[in-house]
Design a protein around this ligand. Sequence first.
Ligand code: PMP
Length: 354
Amino acid sequence: MSRFMDKKYASLEEYVPGEQPKDMQYIKLNTNESPFPPSPKVLEAINSEEINKLELYPDPVCTGLTKRLAETYGVKPENVFIGNGSDEVLNFSFMAFCEDGAAFADITYGFYQVFADLYNIDAKVIPLRADFSIGVEDYLNLNRCIFIANPNAPTGLILPLDCIRKIIESNKDHVVIIDEAYIDFGGESCVQLVNEYDNLLVVQTYSKSRSLAGGRLGYAIGNAELIADLTKIKFSTNPYNINRLTLAAGEASLNDAEYYRNNCRKIIENRRYTTTELVKLGFEVLASCSNFVFARTDRMEGGELYLKLKAKGILVRHFDKERIKDYLRITIGTKEQMTALINTLETIFKEENR
Ligand code: PMP
């Protein structure tokens, strides 16, 4: 930290993204990206005509994409906010809705704690139950803004809609933010509830099921007043938050829903295969509704297994954190990638005599 930086950031622990190493070609199962490229329609949309307009600023209110997202989810354009990745939507939500503090699980998306620290927001960290499920009773009448990743990360577990309803209804004076980054891989979305509750904000991303992590595009769906609040924050920080090419890519993606649905079906199928094979190898695997599995084995400690896989060219995610340091979070890729993972695990256990 330079001597010029505001001292209030001295103790800030920043978010550590999954590694993107360039030293060799890895099978990358560590950041929950899609193994499939964007739809051919996206490639067509990012054409030279669009590139030739890059000297002009993009539309700051994202008119076309907002309209198409609204049609896709059966809401009005005023119910849609678009962000530079869902991380930006979450960032703005921490800025906008956490005057009375925030609440989230002890094991969930790590960025929630970072945003809370960044804005000096009082955070109530609620332990998941021993089986890593969310205890609904812990989230009633909290009197603060609530963040729930559903399915949760890194566990992959889903909280059913009736439980979420209870949480929303018992916290009527605070916003409940349901982060549905992984919802297209299983579970029921809360989007259908946004017309019923003015304190529900549903956040989704193009980074996983829509193969656009590199484009940086996320959105929130909620009551028009909440959307207007987020828009106010955006226009006070970065009005042109979505670049032209990403706007075009986002719209084109929505014109090829079948391509993405089909990819999700493949991921779910590969998740089933991976789970079965991991169990055969002696792993415990949580019942994932997302594009990753969370698994542990008595045969080798999580950190050691992560390193051995990396040495053999397979990257997975290991969190050196209480309660979960025995676990690996493994992104579900293509069938070939998952077969390579299983074969490599067998080799490691054989070589190490475990
Ligand atoms: N929410 C959750 C639960 C996530 O795992 C991620 C991905 N790291 C995000 C939000 C952010 O995704 P993005 O900014 O790429 O939309």
